[in-house]
Every structure is written in C-alpha cells, then in structure tokens.
Design a protein around this ligand. Structure first.
Ligand code: BG6
Length: 505
C-alpha cells in the first residue's frame, strides 16, 4: 500500500525532514492543536532530527520568548512532552522564529533565509493558522519570495476552513490560491477526516466483504450523522455570527463524512481516486428547491437556561453577538443522493452547540425485517444500527436483536461492540494524522477545490432562504428540544438516536 494514504495509518512511514512554518504561531489553533500534534509526532519519532518548527508571529518576540511560549502551551495541552527534560530539549532544538507583518516582503525574505540556513532538505510546509482574509496575501508573498518553487524540496500550504462563505467566495479563493500554488501543493484541512473513526469507516467498508451487499437502498432505511456539542460559541462570535452552524459544520465536516458513507469503492486509495468518488456523490445529490427548504432543513438558536445548575446565557447575550441575531446555533438537513445505490434513502445531518452532551456519530439504520415473526418489545428492540462513534469512546457498534435467556421468547437488543480501547492504544489526534499526511504528500484526507465548490453549490438554496428570514426558533441551552427536528425523520424508521454521552453503553 506504499504511496497511498492508508500506508500512513500503519504508523511506520517517516516523513522527510520538513520545515514546518506556522503563520499565526501565537494564535489559538497553534497552541491547542498544532503544537500538541507536533509534539505527539515527535514522541512517535515522526519528526526527523532535521525537521524544524518555525513560528511566524507579528509581535517582536525573541526566539527565547517563542521557546518559552511553546513550553508553556505544551505544559498545558500536552504535559508529557515537556515533563521529560530530554524530550523537551529535543523539541526545543527544533524551534525557530521569524517575526514581522504578514504584508511585509521582508518577513518572507527572513523566512527564505531561515529555510536556506540549513544544509539539509529545503522541504517546507506552510501552515496558515490565520484568518482566511490573509490567505491570498501570504500566498502571494510566499510565491514572490520563491517559496512556492519546488526545485529544492516540496512546498505545501495548509489552509483551514472556512473555505469561502458561499460558492462565489470559495471559487474566488480557489482561484487566488491556485494562481500562486499548484492544486497539488494546497491542502485544505477538514479535521473531521483526520478522526480515527472517520478513517475507519473507509477501512470498515472496503476491507470487509460482509457490509457491501447491505450497503444500499435495499437494506438501509436512512443514515444519521450527528455532531452535538455541549459548549456555546465561547469567544468566537466574530466568526460565528457570519457563519452559523450550517456553514461551520454541515457544509464542511458533516458533508465530507457523508461522502465517505455514500461513495462507491474507489479504484485505488490514491488521493484523487478517493476524491473522484466523493465528488461523484456530491454531484449526485438532489438539488434543493427554495420552496422545499422549510421541509428539509431546520435551524434554531439557543436560549438562556440553567445547565447543570449554572445559568447559561442565550446566544444573543453572548459577547459580541447582535441582540437581534438570527444566526443558527443548531442546524439539521435532509439530503438525498440520486443514484442507483441510494435512491430514496435520506441522509439526515444535524449539529448544534449548547446541546446536552458532546457526542459525534454516524448511524446507519437498517430496515426492519420483512416479516415480524417475533413479538418485539419496542422499548428494547430497534432496527439494526451500525454506529461509528467519533467521540467520545471512539469505536463501532452493531446493534442486533437476540433472545433473552429463559423459557419464554423475550427479545432484547444487544450490541456488538468494537471500541478503540479494544483495538489497541496510541490513537492519534486528528491534527497529528493530518500534519503527518501533509508531510508525506498524502492528500486523500484533504478537500479538493472542486469538492469544496460543489458542496457550496448544494447548500446555497438553504443559506439563501435562511438569509431572508428575520426570526429564528429557539431551544433551551442544554436541551435537544428543537422545534421541527422530528419532522425531518417522518418517513424514516426508528426516529432520532439518543445522543446522550452514555447511550453507547
Ligand atoms: C470546528 C468548528 O471546525 O469544529 C467548531 O469551527 C467546532 O465550531 C469544532 O466546535 C468541532 O470539532 P470537534 O473535533 O471538537 O468535534
């Protein structure tokens, strides 16, 4: 399998020495995700001795300030990395810093000098952990400074979502990035694709033969993909007010996951073979008419409530949120994929903030048996379900019906359980997997330009209709009592899954 994305899952492939340049090194993403992910990679010996982590900040930090900063962040987010002095020393040796304004060519000259200071490889990964409004400026300057040129080593840029706010802005951004970097050098991160359970979905589907005969409209009633978060928007009003739950989660993470559930087996695991199949799913999705939006999409916003004995403010009372904001903090939508495999099977996606628990899962709900030979105790027995739990307790579960031991025929639901705890330890974080893949040049878990544009095209009617609305339904913070949500499953068997954190046990 060498050369394909899944070779990296085996965990033995070591990337070449790379200069990992982080724009926005003093920001939140860097401290919460990137530094811990890099320290994890270091622990697994996946950052070669000649790899460097070059922070790029606006502030006039000295290198020792940067080293202390990294130390303090790791102490907080991944203490093992610094509590062992030898391990920390080896990480600290890799740290370098450049500072300056993102729009100043001098910054990029400094960077070019830093990359050339090393006699070894000149490979570079530029991580844009900065607001998207800076992407074009940074890419242009990198290009003008000769840093997009791959003659001395690979040059890759990593961009975070949001990738556009709609089709026009996504196209515009793609065009701009592609005028400075080749598409093969651009890695658009969707961290959901780096989650173990999401990758396992592919393995489960295509490395086992038992599922394929069932994986279609003849046996599957519908698919539910849910990401429930218990926290509110925190300090992110500036971004969230312009985004809302639908753009923030559904257009990106949940639709990406959906394509992996619905795609045909790819010809190979090469990035483009996989992404071609995902793209075909997107192109098969039933277009949404404006007049159907009210029947297939639901949105709502959290209202003030007491959660676990504490007062939680309404969304509109969060810091920097407009008092009359109609931004949705919950969104759900029902999609159809009009092809032979999936005709008529609803794919229902839902996500929200300030819901009861933090739970993410993909549920494949199978149809009822064609004949009811047994008297089913509805409370204990449900349709067969295959659930991929993304968090917490990552793993897979197949719910079946079995006879309860005894002289009478009482049926019970039982679960065939494969939590990752059973499969072995050492589960990587999504960012670790994705950074490792960028360094290996494996693009299979990253969104291609056409996928991003196609998904914006699909969701546009929903966003357009919602943009005209001047009111929004509410739900009490900490509840999943969302007006209109149940109606989305009217034609489906079994209703919504219980999303409480312990529903897997
Ligand atoms: C981010 C969204 O992409 O994903 C956040 O912008 C959301 O709003 C987060 O909270 C959820 O990620 P995870 O991995 O915690 O489920």
């Amino acid at each position: 399998m060498a050369g394909d994305k899944f070779a990296s899952l085996i965990g033995s492939e070591r990337p070449e020495a790379t200069n990992i340049v982080i724009f926005g090194a003093g920001g939140d993403l860097t401290k919460r995700k990137l530094l811990p992910a890099l320290a994890h990679m270091h622990r697994w010996n996946l950052l070669g001795p000649h790899s460097r982590i070059i922070g790029c900040v606006r502030q006039k930090w000295s290198k020792s300030h940067w080293v202390n900063y990294v130390h303090d962040q790791l102490l907080h987010y991944f203490p093992e990395a610094v509590l062992n002095p030898a391990s920390w020393r080896r990480i600290a040796e890799k740290l370098d810093l450049v500072n300056g304004d993102l729009s100043d060519p001098a910054l990029y000259r400094q960077l070019a000098d830093a990359l050339h200071a090393d006699e070894g490889k000149k490979n570079a990964l530029f991580y844009l952990a900065i607001p998207p409004s800076w992407y074009e400026c940074v890419c242009k300057h990198l290009h003008d400074a000769g840093l997009a040129d791959e003659s001395e080593g690979f040059r890759r840029i990593v961009v975070e979502k949001p990738f556009g706010m709609d089709l026009a802005s996504a196209r515009d951004l793609n065009g701009k990035l592609q005028s400075y970097f080749d598409e093969s050098q651009i890695y658009r991160i969707d961290h959901y694709l780096g989650k173990e359970a999401v990758q396992n979905l592919m393995v489960f589907r295509f490395a086992n033969s038992v599922l394929e005969p069932l994986w279609n409209r003849n046996y599957i009633d519908h698919v539910q993909i849910s990401v429930s978060e218990s926290l509110g928007i925190g300090y992110r009003a500036g971004y969230y007010e312009t985004s809302g739950a639908f753009r923030d989660m559904i257009q990106s993470h949940l639709m990406q996951v959906m394509t992996l559930v619905a795609m045909e087996p790819p010809v190979s695991l090469n990035a483009d073979d996989v992404r071609d199949e995902k793209m075909k799913v997107l192109r098969s999705m039933r277009p949404i008419a404006a007049e159907d939006v009210e029947h297939i999409a639901v949105r709502a916003q959290y209202a003030a409530a007491q959660v676990n004995g504490e007062d939680v403010p309404s969304y509109r009372d969060e810091q920097n949120v407009a008092g009359d904001s109609c931004t949705e903090t919950f969104a759900a939508v029902k999609f159809y994929v009009d092809n032979w495999r999936w005709q008529g099977v609803p794919f229902v996606l839902r996500t929200g903030k300030r819901l009861p628990d933090r739970v993410s899962e993909i549920c494949i709900r199978f149809k009822e048996p064609p004949q009811k030979l047994f008297h089913l105790d509805e409370e204990h027995v449900r349709n067969n379900e295959l659930v991929f739990r993304l968090q917490p307790d990552e793993g897979m579960q197949l719910s079946m019906t079995a006879k309860q031991p005894g002289l009478s025929t009482h049926l019970r639901g039982v679960k065939l359980d494969a939590t990752y705890g059973m499969l072995g330890s050492g589960m990587p974080e999504a960012y670790e997997t994705l950074l490792h893949d960028v360094m290996l040049g494996e693009a299979g878990l990253f969104s291609r330009a056409d996928e991003v544009e196609e998904s914006w095209k699909i969701v546009a009617p929903v966003l357009d209709v919602w943009a005209q609305q001047t009111d929004i339904a509410t739900y009490a913070a900490g509840s999943l009592d969302i007006p209109g949500m149940d109606a989305l499953l009217d034609e489906c068997e079994g209703g919504w899954r219980d999303l409480s954190a312990d529903s897997s046990s």
